[in-house]
Design a protein around this ligand. Structure first.
Ligand SMILES: *Cc1c(COP(=O)(O)O)cnc(C)c1O
Length: 445
């Protein structure tokens, strides 16, 4: 289960400055948290437990497991030791209490929504989202009776304006896709708190190396681990992390957490499991019933990526900063939206929330609009034209003709995906090579 494991044991043996246990840095956590040498074989690398089920000691043990009276592994739809290591590692990187992994980022978003809402409930979301999330929230969720109010997130007051009695949470991307927008999540969390609803931050674009939303008042953090966490463009995955600071009894908005659950003999999740009650309920109710499980081999692939997350993120940021500065001076470029540039309206927020670097994903506007955007994409050689971000490779996309194509003109414009917008996910190659490729392609537009 996703409870504290080895890094705490190590911590207590390596003294910290005040004589207390040492707090390890983020690069150490990225390599070690949640894993220990295999107790049977001594294998140093986390094994892939490619099994569906786990043998019970005896009938009494089985009964205790099913009643949630003891921790242990039963069936890999809910729990698996390889997946647990991954969950624990991301929880610690985010400074959270527990985490549930899922088959994809969208699966993690669904698990959060289904755990917090009944049919007829509502939520408020930033309108600056990954295109697939706009469709999930705006088209598919309403079929389940969940209503999303989309707002312009750059003024936190807009979340306040959209609040209703049926709202259960506010959702936003702290650093917003398709790029360059940074939200004032501390102020947004104040609105959520005032109304007794949760703040969920999708931290995919920043990763915990750049931003830890719990430090600014978020209650739940979501990742598409398909992106920077895995980092190599080879594995789909998602994760939902809980802060450990949620008071489920402050109002009656979340009966699933604060009232007895008959399927588990009347236990109350928030009471029995305390600060990781939401993780337990998401796993033992939502994951159990909807089955959007992360595969053990996928968890292992993602763990390989996580080990180098801090190294990769720093390189993504350094390269992106250099490419943004170069593009800003280019005669065929109208504008560059990167918070590391003084010209960005999000420069100040970037200084506050992202001191280590402003991320690897951003947009720019090409002179010549839609046609020039399409031409540029067709002329790049080193850059890959595809619908992903956060790969080691440099990626390029023209949102208006791809990811945001199903939206109306107005929706596209408001999501920051107008006809001239080109999105880059700057990779970790040599920055001179990245710039040379853009230079030759821009020359042909
Ligand atoms: C990709 C992405 C998602 C969806 O994740 P999948 O793993 O593709 O399901 C959600 N949010 C953001 C910010 C993303 O980039």
């Amino acid at each position: 289960m996703s409870v504290r494991t080895n890094i705490d044991e190590v911590t207590s043996n390596v003294p910290g400055e005040e004589g207390g246990p040492r707090e390890f840095g983020i690069s150490t956590i990225a390599v070690h948290a949640g894993a220990r040498p295999d107790p049977v074989t001594g294998a140093r690398q986390t094994p892939i437990y490619q099994t569906t089920s786990f043998v019970f000691d005896d009938s009494e043990h089985a009964a205790e497991l099913f009643n949630l009276q003891t921790f242990g592994y039963v069936y890999s739809r809910m729990t698996n030791p390889t997946v647990s290591v991954f969950e624990e590692r991301i929880a610690q990187l985010e400074g959270g209490r527990g985490a549930v992994a899922a088959a994809s980022g969208h699966a993690a978003q669904f698990l959060a929504a289904v755990s917090l809402m009944e049919a007829g409930d509502e939520f408020i979301s930033s309108r600056n989202l990954y295109g697939g999330s706009l469709t999930q929230f705006g088209v598919s969720f309403p079929k389940l009776g969940w209503k999303c109010h989309f707002v312009d997130p750059t003024d936190p007051e807009n979340f306040e304006q959209a609040m209703t009695d049926r709202v259960k949470f506010i959702f936003c991307e702290g650093v917003a896709n398709p790029g360059g927008i940074i939200l004032d999540i501390e102020r947004i969390s104040e609105v959520a708190n005032k109304h007794g609803v949760l703040l969920i931050v999708d931290n995919t674009l920043a990763s915990p190396y750049l931003l830890r939303p719990f430090e600014w008042g978020a209650d739940l953090v979501i990742h598409s681990t398909t992106k920077f966490i895995g980092g190599h463009g080879n594995t789909m995955g998602g994760i939902l992390i809980e802060s450990g600071n949620i008071d489920w009894f402050r109002n009656d908005k979340y009966p699933g957490m604060s009232k007895p659950d008959n399927a588990y003999h009347g236990l109350t999740f928030a009471e029995t499991f305390g600060d990781f009650g939401f993780t337990m309920r998401t796993r033992m109710v939502a994951l159990r019933d909807y089955g959007a499980t992360l595969y053990p081999t996928a968890a292992w692939n993602l763990l390989q990526g996580v080990e180098t997350l801090p190294l990769r993120m720093q390189r993504h940021c350094d390269n992106a900063q250099a490419v943004a500065e170069w593009l800003e001076k280019h005669p065929k470029v109208n504008w560059v939206s990167y918070p590391g540039l003084k010209s960005s309206q999000f420069y100040e927020l970037g200084q506050k929330y992202l001191p280590r670097g402003k991320g690897g994903v951003f947009t720019f506007g090409i002179k010549g609009g839609f046609d020039a955007g399409v031409k540029l994409i067709d002329c790049v050689e080193l850059h890959s034209h595809l619908a992903n971000i956060g790969d080691t490779r440099s990626l390029i996309l023209h949102p208006a003709s791809t990811t945001h194509r199903q939206l109306t003109d107005e929706q596209r414009e408001s999501a920051g995906a107008g006809p001239d917008v080109v999105r880059l996910s700057v990779g970790i190659e040599d920055v001179e090579d990245i710039i040379a490729d853009l230079e030759q392609a821009l020359a042909q537009t």
